[in-house]
Design a protein around this ligand. Structure first.
Ligand code: SIN
Ligand code: FE
Length: 289
C-alpha cells in the first residue's frame, strides 16, 4: 500500500503555505505530518505535563469555543495556565489550517480544543471505545449528516516520547469491505433513538453507515491485525493534520497531546467527490442524508 502519510518539512508555523498536492492528499484521507513543527510550551506551562491536571471523571481537558475550560483539576492558577496553553495552541492550529486550506476558512465551524494528558497504553476501554483499534471517527450520539471532522494534533511530550499511531487503508477500500456487512438502516429505529435522546438529532443513513464502519472495523480482530497498515511514531515536537472521519487510524501509545477539531460542511471541499459522504453515496447508489 502506498503510504498514507505525507511528510512536510519546516519548523516555522508562519512559513507554511498550502498547495494543491497536499490539499488533494488530505481530502483523499491522508495524514499531513509536520515532523519539525513543534508547539512550544512556556516555561511556566511545563508543570502542566502531569496526568493529574485532569479531573478524574473527565476523559480530556477541553477549552470550549466560548473560552470556558472543562475537565481540569487544580486551583485557579493551574486552570488559567491550562486555558492559556490550550488557547494558544488553538490559535496556531487555526493559523495552520488557514495557511494550508484557505478555501475552508470562512466555512469552518470550531469545536472545542482538547489537551490529553493520559497515557494511551494504560487506558482500559470497551472494544467500541478503544481507539487502539483501527477506525474512522463516528459518534453515536451526534449525527453530523456528512459534515467533516478535520483535526490538528500536536505531541507536546517533554521526555521525547512519540505518539504512535497505526494508519490504515484508504476510506473507499474500508467502505467496500465493511458496507456489505453493515446492518440495514431503519428510519423508524432512528426516530426511537432520537425520541429517547440517545441521539441529539435524527440519525441519518450516512451517520448509521459511518457507525457501522467504525464498529465493523473495531470488532474485527483479523482486520485489525492483517489489513494493510503502517505504524507511524509522531515524535515529541511534531504536528499532524487529517480528516479523522476518513483517515483510518489507531493510537497505540504516547502521552500529552493537544488536539483541535474543526468541522467543515460536506459540500465545501476542494474536491467534492472525495468525501466519505460522496463515496458512500456512490457505493450505495442512494441519497444518505
Ligand atoms: C483517536 O482519534 O482515535 C485518538 C487519537 C489520539 O489520541 O492520538
Ligand atoms: Fe479516532
Amino acid at each position: 500500500m502506498e503510504s498514507q502519510v505525507i511528510r512536510i518539512e519546516g519548523s516555522d508555523w508562519q512559513a507554511v503555505q498550502g498547495n494543491d498536492a497536499w490539499r488533494a492528499a488530505l481530502e483523499a484521507g491522508k495524514v499531513l505530518f509536520f515532523p519539525s513543527l513543534g508547539f512550544e510550551l512556556q516555561p511556566e506551562e511545563r508543570p502542566l505535563l502531569r496526568p493529574d491536571v485532569r479531573d478524574p471523571g473527565a476523559r480530556n481537558i477541553s477549552l470550549n469555543v466560548d473560552g470556558s475550560l472543562k475537565g481540569a483539576a487544580g486551583d485557579a492558577a493551574t486552570q488559567a495556565l491550562l486555558a492559556g496553553m490550550i488557547g494558544r495552541f488553538r490559535q496556531q492550529a487555526l493559523g495552520l489550517v488557514d495557511a494550508l486550506l484557505p478555501h475552508y476558512t470562512s466555512a469552518l465551524r470550531m469545536a472545542p480544543t482538547s489537551y490529553r494528558p493520559m497515557q494511551v497504553e494504560s487506558r482500559q476501554q470497551s472494544w467500541r471505545a478503544d481507539d487502539r483499534r483501527l477506525h474512522v471517527d463516528a459518534f453515536p450520539s451526534r449525527p453530523n449528516y456528512g459534515e467533516r471532522i478535520l483535526r490538528v494534533f500536536a505531541n507536546v511530550n517533554s521526555d521525547g516520547v512519540p505518539r504512535v499511531w497505526r494508519v490504515g487503508e484508504p476510506f473507499e477500500t474500508v467502505a467496500r469491505t465493511f458496507l456489505p456487512k453493515a446492518k440495514p438502516y431503519s428510519a423508524w429505529q432512528a426516530k426511537v433513538l432520537q425520541a429517547r435522546h440517545v441521539t441529539k438529532s435524527f440519525r441519518s443513513e450516512y451517520d448509521h453507515l459511518m457507525l457501522q464502519l467504525h464498529d465493523g472495523m473495531k470488532r474485527d480482530m483479523a482486520y485489525q491485525q492483517s489489513s494493510p497498515q503502517e505504524t507511524v511514531p509522531f515524535p515529541a515536537g511534531s504536528v499532524w493534520v487529517c480528516f479523522s472521519d476518513q483517515a483510518t487510524h489507531a493510537v497505540m501509545s504516547g502521552q500529552y497531546m493537544l488536539e483541535q477539531t474543526l468541522h467543515l460542511p460536506a459540500d465545501h471541499a476542494y474536491d467534492k467527490e472525495a468525501s466519505p459522504l460522496a463515496i458512500l453515496t456512490r457505493l450505495t447508489g442512494r441519497q444518505l442524508v
